[in-house]
Design a protein around this ligand. Structure first.
Ligand code: CP
Ligand code: NVA
Length: 321
């Protein structure tokens, strides 16, 4: 596996009109190709080179949950690619008043060239994809956050120069971030250790599927309740909020349960000396991560946030171009 696969591989993967629902849907080569594309688009943007690959194209963006990064990076990404994005809050469109997902998919497909959606149940995005004639991009569901993990992989690659063989430690809730990280890590041959409290582990089906994938790529998936074990010798430490969107009522209970899972100086002392710290943001300083770590010298969280833009531009160019 190399970062320059795109230049070396004569057989270019086909993305046109594919959906981007989970990282498990893509091969190792496809993921590396998308990262390579992202790197190229980032260079073009930094150099001020025109890259209007989606001129005249329109992305519909349905949001059923809040967002800063996802909304802005998709919208700016479309603009930089010469296209346009329409923000569709479920509070304002008929979907929020009971129009079916299927009808919404069919109608939007007559107007736009791609649909990004942030929603609750993962089954809803699958239903949308089943009824739409245009590519559907997952901007976060309760179970997956694949565009975030593409940005994470790009960030790790930029800082470490490679992905294969690295150890990633994820400490916290077995949530959408944990699932997409597990799927992404094994595809690129990384070892991922996930430490969660009892009862908050990652989904068993996703873990088993990832373990099979890991057997092919040289990756590995380890689940544990011990954060120190997961952090031991890690190249990258990642965490996420203890209560995700939609779990606000569990916030207080989760605060108690997750306290031993805070990413702090002590936990990070188990990692390699040159470890990176990532967090998809928004973060809660003093809860899942201390300010020392989030704002410290190992943290690359703002590079990571920027890379949402570049990774998503690559995804949109390949699916909608
Ligand atoms: N990381 C992320 O998805 O951020 P937003 O919720 O702000 O989009
Ligand atoms: N796990 C978090 C990620 C936010 C970007 C959530 O779903 O709220």
């Amino acid at each position: 596996m190399t970062y320059t696969l795109k230049m070396q591989n004569e057989k270019v993967p086909k993305f046109k009109n594919k959906n981007f629902l989970t990282l498990n849907d893509f091969s190792t080569e496809e993921i590396l190709y998308m990262l390579d594309e992202a790197k190229e688009l980032k260079q073009m943007q930094k150099a001020g080179k025109q890259h209007s690959f989606l001129q005249g194209k329109v992305l519909g963006m349905i949001f059923e949950k809040s967002s800063t990064r996802t909304r802005v990076s998709f919208e700016v990404g479309m603009l930089q690619l010469g296209g346009h994005a329409i923000f569709l809050s479920s509070r304002d469109i008929q979907l929020g008043r009971g129009e079916t997902v299927g009808d919404t998919a069919k109608v939007l497909s007559r107007y736009v060239d791609g649909i990004m959606i942030r929603t609750f149940e993962h089954s809803k995005i699958e239903e949308l994809a089943n009824h739409a004639d245009v590519p559907i991009i997952n901007g976060l569901t309760d179970d997956h956050h694949p565009t975030q993990v593409m940005a994470d992989l790009l960030t790790i690659l930029e800082h470490k120069g490679k992905l294969e063989g690295l150890k990633v430690c994820y400490v916290g809730d077995g949530n959408n971030m944990a699932h997409s990280l597990i799927e992404g890590a094994v595809k690129v041959g990384m070892k991922i250790a996930v430490a969660s409290p009892e009862g908050y582990a990652a989904n068993e089906m996703i873990v088993q599927r990832a373990k099979k994938e890991a057997a092919k790529t040289g990756g590995e998936v380890i689940l544990t309740n011990d954060p120190a074990e997961a952090a031991s010798d890690a190249d990258v430490i990642i965490t996420d909020v203890w209560a995700s969107m939609g779990q606000e009522e569990e916030q207080q209970e989760r605060m108690k349960i997750f306290t031993p899972y805070q990413v702090n100086e002590k936990l990070c002392s188990y990692a390699k000396k040159d470890y990176l710290f990532l967090h998809c943001l928004p973060a809660h300083r003093g809860e899942e991560v201390t300010a020392e770590i989030l704002d410290g010298k190992h943290s690359v969280v703002f590079d990571e946030a920027e890379n949402r833009l570049h990774a998503q531009k690559a995804i949109m160019k390949l699916l909608m171009g």
